[in-house]
Structure formats: C-alpha cells, structure tokens
Design a protein around this ligand. Sequence first.
Ligand code: TPU
Ligand code: MG
Length: 564
Amino acid sequence: MNTMTATIGSYLATRLEQIGLRHHFVVPGDYNLVLLDQLLLNRNMQQVNCCNELNCSFAAEGYARANGAAACVVTYSVGALSAFDGLAGAFAENLPVILISGSPNTNDLGANHLLHHTLGTLNFRYQQEIARHITCEAVAITHPEDAPYLIDKAIRAALREKKPAYIEIPCNLAGAACAKPGPLTSLTETPKSDPASLTAAADAAAGFLEKAVRPVLLAGPKLRAHGGISAFRNLAEAAGCGVAVMPSAKSFFPEEHAQFIGIYLGSASSAGCGEVVDSADAVLAAGPLFNDYTTAGWTAQPAEGKLIEVDPDRVRVGGATFDHVFLAEFLGALAKSVKRYPATLVEFRRARGEIGTPSVAAPDAPLSRAEMCRQIQEIIDPNTTILVETGDSWFNGLNMRLPDGARFEIEMQWGHIGWSVPATFGYALGAPDRRIVLMIGDGSFQLTAQEVCQMIRLKLPVIIFLVNNRGYTIEVEIHDGPYNNVKNWDYAGIVNVFNATDGEGRGFRATNGKELAVAIEQALAHSAGPTLIECAIDRDDCTRELMEWGAKVAAANARPPQRA
Ligand code: TPU
Ligand code: MG
C-alpha cells in the first residue's frame, strides 16, 4: 500500500472515528472478514461482536441513542437481511445508523455462476434494492476509486437526515487502495432555513397563539434528532404555558420544571395532563409523530384547527405551510416574539389534584406491579437512563418520575419486542458513565435474550428488571387468545448459563417486596457485570394506562372496512 493512500476499509474506519464513533458492532462472515481486519487496524475504535445480526443492528440503534450515530457491519444477505429489521427501526426512530455489508467479489457480478448466502439466482443487487426502502442513502461500491465519494455520500446523508444509511463493500475491495479522507466538515452541515419563510412562519405562529387563551406546548420525539431540545425549552419559558410531552419525548423537557404538565396520551395521559391538552385552544407540537399508538387509537390527535405542527423542515399553522424552515431555528425565532400564556398551568394544578406518595407493600406480600415500580423509582437518579420495552413496561416507565438529568428511551414507532436488550447493550457502551436500567417483559425478552451474554462479556453493570407476568399482557389488553401465553423460563438461571466459567452476571428472582429490595441492593453494589432481576407478578396486574390505551387501540384495529 502506498503511504499516500488509504484502503477502503481504513477510509471507512477513519470516517466512522471522525463522526464520533468509539465502537462499531459486528457479526463476522466470509464476505466481510477482510473489512473487519481493516477496521481493527484503527486503534481508536473498538470492534464489538454481537450474537446475531438482528441484535447487532439494534445494538447500533441503542448506541446511536446515546452517542448520536452508530455503525454495524454484517455479512451478505444471511446477515444483512436480519439486520434490516433493526435498520428499519432506526429509520422509524430517526437514528443515523450506518449499516455496512460485505458483498460478493466484484468478478462475480457479471459471471454466470451462483454464490453462497444468496437466493441461488444470478441477481446480486436485491440487497441494495431492499436497503433503499429503509435508508436515506444506499450505496454499493464496485470500484475503489469511487469508494471515498460513495462512503461520504452515505454518511453525510445519514447525519443530515437523521436516518440510517447502507454501504455495500465487496469482499475483494475492502483492502484495496483508495484516496485518503478529506476534512470532516465536508460530512457535517447544519441546514439553514429560508430567511423569509422562517420569519413568515414565526409571525404566523405568534399570531395564531395570540388568538388563543389556553395554549399548550407538546414535545415530540423528533425534537432530539433535530437538535431542538434547548430551543424548545427556551420557547416554553418565554411562553410560560403548560408543557406536555408525547411518550417518545419523555425526558426531552425536564419533569421537575414548574411548567411540566406530564405525558399526553389521550385518556392514558398522566394525571391532569389529558384534560388540559384536550381543552387547550392551541397546541404547538414540536417534532411530533402522530400515529395510531401515540394518539391512543386516533383519540388523542390535536384537531387541525388548533394545531401548530413544527416538523423537522417545515411548519404548519392553521392551514398554511412554511417550507424549508428548520425546527430549532423556528422555535428560536418564535421565542423572541411569543406572548405569555399562564392559564394552562393554573388549570393543570387544579386538574391534577394532590399527588399521593405510593404506599409501601408488606415485605412478604406477593410482589405487585405497584411495589415493583415504587422500588425501581427509588434508584432513578439524575445520572440514570431508563430504557423501556414494548409491553406494560412502556407504561410502567412512562409513569416514573425523572429527576433532571435522567434520560428515557422507548421505541414506540417501530415497536419491535426484543429491541431493548441489544439496544441497552449498545446504549451502555455509548454512555459508559451512566446508570443503565432496563424494564422488559418476559415475552419480549425471549426474542433477544442472548445479548445479555455480551453485557457479561464486556462487564457492563446494566440492571435489568424482567417483568414476568407469564404472557403477552399488552396483547391481552388489545385482543386476548391462547396465543398470548408465554412458556416460562428460569430467567435468573439463564444468567448463569451465559456466565459459563468466566462471566460475572448476576441473576435474582423476586416474588415479594423484600426479595426485590435485596436484589436491588446487590445489583447496585455489583459493577463487574449486569444484574437481571426477575420480578414475578400476576398475569393481570397491569397499569390503568395500558387498559385505557389497549381498549382504544383495539377499537381502532376493529374499524369495519369502509364502503366505496
Ligand atoms: O408487559 P407485557 O406482558 O405486555 O410484555 P411482554 O411479556 O414482553 O409481551 C409483549 C407482547 C407483544 C407482542 C407479542 N407486544 N407486541 N407484540 C407484537 C409483536 C410481535 N413481534 C414483534 C417483533 N414485535 C411486536 N411488537
Ligand atoms: Mg409479559
């Protein structure tokens, strides 16, 4: 190799390092082995093995939540097609995850012969075609001289769009020479709003709010991806009104803030919040994502006539659309002219009523969901990130009070059960100084359980609360049947299986409050690996919010077909 040049693999490694990655997640296969060698040569990035490619893509997804971006490397088809599920999740959740797939030798592309790990046809382009649907940019390198351009194009698009990108590298090119990387600034650009459109949008929104008496602000999940969290807070403080958050935006506005009025999810909202948002005469939603789940079966979608919708790159106000206006800039511009609207805060204090402290259960009474949550709440400090899996863990987590600084991760748009085990693994690597707490149900855990062994391997002191209610309770609340029963496992015992002879994971089973308290104490004292605490609760012991929400989603699912 000429010293003036890089290899395609080392070029990629440098770019990943430059965009702030200290880890990349991999599953090896013969189409990517040379690439993995090349990536290993970069000493500033750690290569992290996962058990399978689904987990590998979710680990990267979790890492991107902690770190802003992530990368994973898999082999052709048998690997990539599994990874596509997590990559699609990253698309749905607005996370720039770069998926790199090894691919066939360039000499095989036009040759009239079949290859392993493919469909057994002469088509070797289908993988890139599929990738186009679930990424903002999907490139396939076929010549070394184009590699720097294509790699940069994919990474730049992912960082700009906050969506995943796909890069395919043939197995005989990973070590081939190419040009060295240029400056990083060519990859990172902050988009600028059209000045006239920005002013018009801010004026229209200020005018719209002036006609209202009881406006509220609603934080949405896209706020973080599009860098709007602090601009949103500034706008909120300028307006002085009540501030609610959508479930996937929990922690994007401080819960200890005097203007925080809770989680908005229609009739499944936190106490007092639903009443205030539903009766507001204007709702400014910043980076929202309204779907059937987040609107509780379309019952909690703010009416068009009272909505200001601030999307990542456009604003809609009362029937007018302002294009090429970027979220953070718009919130900043509006904060300068907005008036003060204290009415919804007064209303909220009245609607919420007194907040009681949860009662402590008798230490040897069978463990209840409420007692479990009471104890978990006690370990959430400002340095904690709590990740919550699809299931009643969503609602248990949403009900937790977060001290300022605590973070919350939920995957409510993609909603893939099992997401959280690998995502927590990835998140823990991306945020090594935080306390990481996962809440997950038994059914979800069974999808991706093996990734706990990677937490053990890398000695990550994650605390996993595995809520064993012996079934798919969230589905029971939507639509029950025999398919919602789950085969029981020895969840605490499985940690020992993963430990084998060298691991230091800990597993506990709690059937009452006393056992849970002891397990939590042990978990907090254990730093050489994860602790899994199985919380055995009754099959029907679920939150009020799940029952409310489940009934609304069931009704939406059951709408009869429309006649033409
Ligand atoms: O607390 P709980 O019992 O509701 O949680 P658990 O035990 O984890 O059960 C989750 C049940 C569930 C299913 C089966 N939630 N959503 N689903 C449907 C589903 C199926 N497959 C994937 C990949 N994702 C899903 N959301
Ligand atoms: Mg369950």
